[in-house]
Design a protein around this ligand. Structure first.
Ligand SMILES: [Zn+2]
Length: 166
């Protein structure tokens, strides 16, 4: 059974659930409003737990399935079993373009699913998180040009590249 009220869902349970889904390939997304308790990717799209006006929890997008799998030690995967890498790539592309549009962070030209790469604004080698908040879409060639520049240098480069494209 999933908790019905916000007060029934302890922070410990919530962090346990988040750890459970993250270990199974889920990407934890930032809440889009104050009512959301958790938002993460699942096999049938984005799972959201939010509280409604009566402080009751609503489990949408299969969030309850993830909860029950965790509580009952059942199998759960964030991605469909086939083409795991491909569906994660697709989830990232869909999430980032929904948030930012499909323009390359550097040159500003459209990026397609085939040629997109994830730009980590604070690079992973500089300790940047592998989290959606630290990501933008870019062409592979633009991403390679930026290398491991600092965020400020990357922003300057992006301004320069967009300027020279006009
Ligand atoms: Zn580009």
């Amino acid at each position: 059974m999933t908790p019905a009220h916000r007060s029934d869902l302890s922070d410990k349970d919530l962090s346990g659930l988040v750890a459970f889904v993250t270990e199974r390939g889920s990407e934890v997304l930032a809440p889009t409003n104050e009512w959301e308790v958790a938002r993460f990717t699942g096999p049938s799209g984005v799972c959201v737990i939010y509280r409604n006006a009566k402080d009751r929890l609503v489990w949408s997008g299969g969030a309850d399935v993830a909860w029950n799998a965790w509580k009952n030690a059942k199998e759960w995967r964030a991605n469909k079993r086939t083409k795991r890498g491909a569906s994660k790539r697709w989830a990232r592309f869909a999430t980032l373009t929904a948030r930012d549009g499909n323009a390359c962070f550097y040159c500003g030209k459209p990026v397609t699913f085939e040629d997109f790469t994830v730009e980590h604004l604070v690079s992973l080698t500089h300790g940047g998180p592998d989290h959606i908040a630290n990501m933008a879409i870019s062409h592979a060639r633009c991403n390679a040009t930026a290398g491991h520049l600092s965020v400020v240098q990357k922003v300057r480069l992006a301004v320069d590249m967009k300027g020279s494209a006009q």
